[in-house]
Ligand binder design. Sequence first.
Ligand SMILES: Cc1cc2nc3c(=O)[nH]c(=O)nc-3n(C[C@H](O)[C@H](O)[C@H](O)COP(=O)(O)O)c2cc1C
Length: 207
Amino acid sequence: MAVSDLLWRYAVKRFDPNRTIDSETWSRIEQSLVVTPSSFGLQPWKFFVIHSPEMKAKLSAISWNQSQPSDCSHMVAMAAMHTVSEEYVDRFIQSACKARNSPPESMEGYRRVILGFLKQKQGQHLSWATNQVYIALGQLMSTAASLKVDTCPMEGIVASEYDKLLGLENTEYHVVVGCALGYRHADDKYAQAPKVRFDPNEIIQYI
Ligand SMILES: Cc1cc2nc3c(=O)[nH]c(=O)nc-3n(C[C@H](O)[C@H](O)[C@H](O)COP(=O)(O)O)c2cc1C
């Protein structure tokens, strides 16, 4: 990941509807979602990849009529967990034991620390999980940029309508943000627009 990739990327306003991300490139992008780090490694998320033109068109209608969901190649709806249950933690511990070939007893202390943390955060799991989802969003955009794939992060969505469309009502997941991926349209004037950022001296302080 080079800084030049970060300067190359911008939030695409107009995607080229005729270009699709090939499956090999997509699988590398998908991997960046899977390996996203999270607090305790709990991965309190689900990512919905919408590739079908019919579904993408429906998403534009519930995204403030922005064109990115329908014109992009892959639209990712990123969902966070409302409540992280003890059963979920146990499933996570089991998967950790399997990955590291260690007995469950060796992780009992860790398990208790996680449960204590979650108890303390009762009622705030969604906002905590949302923080984790945004790490995935950043990693997704950076990886895409390194592969010269364009993105637009999207909070301009009606999350409750996304939940409905994706069948997430009455589940433990709630869509919190979207990300459109594909290729910029040749006529997207924002590609040439200079970056708007505060001076580094204003936002970075050395102590
Ligand atoms: C979390 C988040 C949500 C955003 N939502 C939208 C959106 O719904 N529509 C849009 O066109 N741009 C959206 N943006 C893009 C920002 O406006 C853009 O990133 C910012 O102006 C900086 O410009 P740049 O990304 O082109 O460097 C969003 C950005 C972020 C990080």
